[in-house]
Design a protein around this ligand. Structure first.
Ligand SMILES: C[S@@+](CC[C@H](N)C(=O)[O-])C[C@H]1O[C@@H](n2cnc3c(N)ncnc32)[C@H](O)[C@@H]1O
Length: 220
């Protein structure tokens, strides 16, 4: 309880200081977090590689960890050093997180600079794409598919109706930006969508998109 309050306060501070990259006023609800891990929850017994992008204070991370075991690999990419400190202290103090520490690693950098030779079975992303320049969203979406195995699953969320509403109420460069992001993500969903969950119990309500990997975009 105390940790939740302290994480919520830390998140709100980052929302005020770095709105563009934090993208929300509060960490995701447990309903949203559960939806984000629902494909991982159905994993088989074989070892898996999991990448979480933009974990913030860790509401999704804490649902990923109990689904992992020795032999798995868990990489976490987070840009914001304040969130990285919170996550590091959880890996040192929280019993379940300590168990996962030997096969987990936090990388403090933007995802667009994260490179790996081995791909992932699950990519789980909390990035606020609607806040980013359209070119950056194109490049991040490419990165998702380059990092994902062809038979892997990408899960990410987006706040409900933000782009449809902004497309109507904005003008000029902002309208062009949001329309381009919408076109990019709609194309990926049309090609790869496995499922979409509607999560009303979150601030704000969100869609969770689950997409299949792409054989033609996978790295060598
Ligand atoms: C909307 S918050 C989501 C936090 C958390 N996953 C949750 O559900 O509460 C977005 C997170 O993405 C991180 N972030 C933003 N841009 C990033 C980037 N380019 N690379 C890695 N992390 C980024 C932010 O620092 C923040 O932690």
């Amino acid at each position: 309880m105390l940790r939740t309050i302290s994480n919520n306060l830390a998140f709100f501070r980052q929302f005020r200081q770095r709105f563009e990259t934090t993208g929300a006023i509060a960490p995701s609800s447990r309903f949203l977090a559960k939806s984000m891990i629902r494909f991982l929850a159905n994993r088989g017994p074989a070892p898996v590689r999991v990448l979480e992008i933009g974990p913030g204070t860790g509401p999704v991370t804490q649902r990923i960890i109990p689904l992992l075991a020795n032999g798995d690999r868990f990489d976490i990419v987070e840009l914001n050093e304040s969130f990285v400190e919170i996550l590091k202290s959880r890996f040192q103090q929280d019993a379940a997180w300590k168990t996962a520490a030997p096969f987990s690693e936090i990388h403090q950098l933007p995802i667009q600079e994260f490179q790996r030779d081995e791909k992932y079975d699950f990519v789980i992303s909390g990035l606020p794409l609607n806040n980013f320049p359209a070119d950056l969203v194109d490049s991040i979406a490419d990165t998702y598919f380059q990092l994902l195995k062809p038979d892997g699953v990408l899960s990410y969320f987006e706040y409900m109706y933000v782009r449809p509403i902004r497309k109507v109420v904005t003008r000029g460069d902002e309208k062009i930006r949001i329309t381009r992001i919408d076109d990019t993500m709609a194309a990926h969903c049309a090609e790869h969508r496995l499922a979409r969950d509607n999560i009303v119990l979150n601030i704000p309500p969100a869609w969770v998109q689950h997409l299949a990997g792409s054989p033609d975009r996978a790295m060598a």
